[in-house]
Design a protein around this ligand. Structure first.
Ligand SMILES: Nc1ncnc2c1ncn2[C@@H]1O[C@H](COP(=O)(O)OP(=O)(O)OP(=O)(O)O)[C@@H](O)[C@H]1O
Length: 335
């Protein structure tokens, strides 16, 4: 478990303390995939680099599994860092070393593993990330997705309990992004390790994360289960991220809504109710006529969800809304 207790970080720039993270308290549970989303400069990298103490906090305490790591001496810090793996946007592989040597590197550096332990672990990891045939290649001979798989194998070498991912898929195309995210999800399930993933794309959060913190100007402005934050964003920054990930142009949406008659509702279906043929029966029951203005079905991690924006005319609106809510559909009145 990762606990931030009023953690803050300022950088000294030209003799002045510039705050990058305002006092922040939060808890990331062991074994969860936790997303941190925010625009450039929001403080995501600072927050994640505080977890492995690549950055030192200027205030507050960081507790990992109940231990205050901010008080560690150099030896304790080295041992602690082996428990925290990290992967990066630009992979940060050593170009002069082979794939196998890149993966072995942190184990050699730790100085506590035998040659055979290193060899066995490297083969095991190569197989796990699907690169068993690439052990003797150099990074320049690999695609971006393969390089990130090497990065993941290297980060796992010393059997960490926490994996930090700093924009790990931002340099990859959509298909490769999907395969790297699936690998991370599988690793999280198989090894039960905690993953903290920073990104500027809500779509990445939607696919793999359990919970998310949204950052803006050095502050966590919204935090919660991805299904709540994604489907019912409260803060304007979160709304911007959600609209962006769904390719919704708010100006166009307002224009479309202006042309529609009657009341406008947004319905959110989660889980099994996503697939239920509900609208016909509600229309018959209430006498209301629906017209569909927009709709989408997708998944949040493994859970299906649907969102429909409808205009409703005639009939008994109250009866329609009650029937929808009775069927576990979340109803928002947009107009
Ligand atoms: N070493 C540093 N020295 C001075 N200022 C820094 C340093 N690192 C970050 N900052 C500043 O702290 C703020 C937060 O930066 P940070 O890199 O944490 O944001 P971010 O959300 O990760 O952005 P990006 O997505 O662009 O990496 C920014 O204003 C940045 O300029």
């Amino acid at each position: 478990m990762i606990e931030f207790d009023q953690v803050q970080k300022s950088y000294q720039v030209a003799g002045r303390a510039i705050p990058a993270l305002h006092p922040t308290s939060m808890t990331i549970a062991a074994g969860e995939v936790f997303g941190i989303v925010g625009h450039s400069g929001a403080g995501k990298s600072t927050l994640v680099r505080l977890i492995n103490l690549l950055e030192r906090p200027t205030g507050g305490r960081i507790l990992i599994d109940g231990e205050n790591v901010t008080g560690y001496d150099a030896g304790e810090l080295r041992a602690f860092r082996r428990k925290v793996g990290m992967i990066f946007q630009h992979f940060n592989l050593l170009s002069s070393k082979t794939v196998a040597d890149n993966i072995a590197f942190p184990m050699k550096l730790a100085g506590i593993y035998s040659r055979s332990e290193i060899r066995d672990r490297v083969s095991e990891l190569l197989a796990r990330v699907g690169l068993a045939d690439h052990a003797d290649k150099y990074p320049s001979q690999l695609s971006g997705g393969q390089k990130q798989r090497v990065g993941i194998a290297r980060a796992l070498a010393c059997r960490p309990t926490i994996l930090l991912c700093d924009e790990a898929t931002s340099a990859l195309d959509p298909q490769t992004t999907q395969s790297v995210l699936s690998l991370l999800a599988d690793i999280n399930r198989e090894l039960g390790l905690t993953i903290v993933l920073i990104t500027h794309e809500m779509d990445v959060v939607r696919r793999v994360c359990d919970r998310v913190a949204v950052m803006d100007a050095g502050r966590v402005v919204e935090m919660g289960a991805v299904s709540d934050v994604f489907l019912h964003p409260q803060h304007p920054t979160t709304r911007d991220f959600v609209f962006e990930s769904e390719n919704i142009d708010r100006g166009e949406m307002q224009q479309d809504l202006a042309h529609a008659d009657g009341r406008i509702l947004r319905l959110t279906f989660r889980g099994e109710s996503t697939y239920r043929p509900l609208l016909g029966s509600v229309a018959r029951q209430s006498g209301v006529d629906f017209s569909i203005l927009s709709g989408r079905i997708d998944h949040i991690k493994d859970t299906p969800y649907g969102q429909l924006t409808l205009s409703l005319v005639g009939g008994d609106l109250e009866v329609a809304m009650q029937a929808l809510e009775a069927a576990d559909v979340h109803v928002e009145v947009l107009r």
